[in-house]
Design a protein around this ligand. Structure first.
Ligand code: BEZ
Ligand code: FE
Length: 304
């Protein structure tokens, strides 16, 4: 039976916040009570601080509605909004690296992870349809916080093409192009062949794009490769490794770049290529991921 909590009759502006808090005070779920109480207090304080006008309120409601209307199976505008206001990175750093006290290898998931990337053998290609660009050889090691190699870690990899588009945004790429799922070997290693990714603008044809334009912000992300490492007994590591010479490293539109995540994408102009038939220049990336102990939870894929 639902209880009827007496909120009291609103007589003045100051009555509203405590009335809402009283109405929510009986939530059976203690965490829900804590989160919603703080959410309401901060939202009300925000409206008071900026003296929110009614046209601004209408604009905000319309903005939120359009975020929902713009979201579909292949595009997630809500994540994009959280990313563009730094909220995703804030939540990431709160939940990894001892709540921001120590450096973490984690970074925001972004809107383009798809579950069920094709399983690929170590050393294999993630290029699945013709994708012109500089050849890239990636070798990674996954260790625990004591530096012990972790075998049997499933690692999803996804990246944009050398023209800055993910396969789901680009009809010229095969389904699952530049995506793969690897398993670390006994030495905690996995490797793959790809092409050097390019930076790209986040989608700007929805409400988030309007916001960026109104704020005179560019929409670019520095080039990167995404990784999601999963092994029971370890906190799922969601991260990205950035191309070190990208012009947008210090102005990532979604605030994802931390020092630890700037990779050494090394250019090679001479010498013995790592595979037959490779023309210079080619690139190599070696990277070491550290997984913290914890619960292995997979995020909900933002798109299908
Ligand atoms: C991405 O890296 O895939 C991404 C992250 C945030 C917004 C848009 C794209
Ligand atoms: Fe990305």
């Amino acid at each position: 039976m639902l209880k009827r909590v007496s909120n009291g009759i609103i007589e003045r502006l100051e009555d509203v916040t405590p009335a809402v808090q009283r109405a929510m005070s009986d939530s059976g779920n203690a965490r829900l009570r804590t989160v919603m109480d703080a959410f309401v207090r901060h939202m009300h304080a925000f409206a008071r601080e900026v003296n929110l006008t009614e046209p601004e309120y209408d604009l905000a409601i319309d903005f939120l509605n359009r975020i929902g209307q713009t979201t579909n199976d292949s595009h997630n505008e809500a994540i994009l909004f959280a990313d563009a206001i730094g909220f995703s990175t804030l939540v990431c750093l709160l939940n990894n690296g001892n709540a921001g006290a120590t450096e973490t290898a984690a970074a925001l998931l972004g809107p383009f992870w798809r579950a069920n990337s094709p399983r690929t053998e170590n050393g294999g290609f993630i290029v699945r349809s013709p994708t012109p660009g500089a050849e890239l050889f990636v070798t990674c090691e996954v260790v625990d916080v004591r530096g012990k190699p972790l075998a049997g870690v499933d690692v999803d990899v996804w990246q944009s093409s050398p023209v800055g588009l993910y396969e789901n945004q680009d009809d010229t790429q095969a389904d699952m192009n530049l995506r793969g799922k690897f398993t670390t070997d006994a030495a905690g290693r996995f490797s793959f062949r790809s092409v050097k990714p390019a930076g790209y603008p986040v989608p700007t044809d929805g409400p988030v794009g309007e916001l960026l334009r109104a704020q005179n912000r560019h929409p670019y992300r520095p080039a990167h490769i995404h990784f999601l490492a999963f092994k029971p007994g370890h906190k799922t590591l969601v991260t990205q490794v950035f191309v070190d010479d990208d012009e947008h490293l210090e102005s990532d539109v979604v605030f994802g770049v931390t020092r630890a995540l700037v990779g050494d994408y090394r250019r090679h102009d001479h010498g013995e290529p790592p595979a037959a038939g490779i023309r210079a220049p080619w690139y190599t990336l070696n990277y070491r991921f550290v997984m913290e102990a914890g619960e292995a939870i997979l995020p909900k894929p933002p798109i299908k």
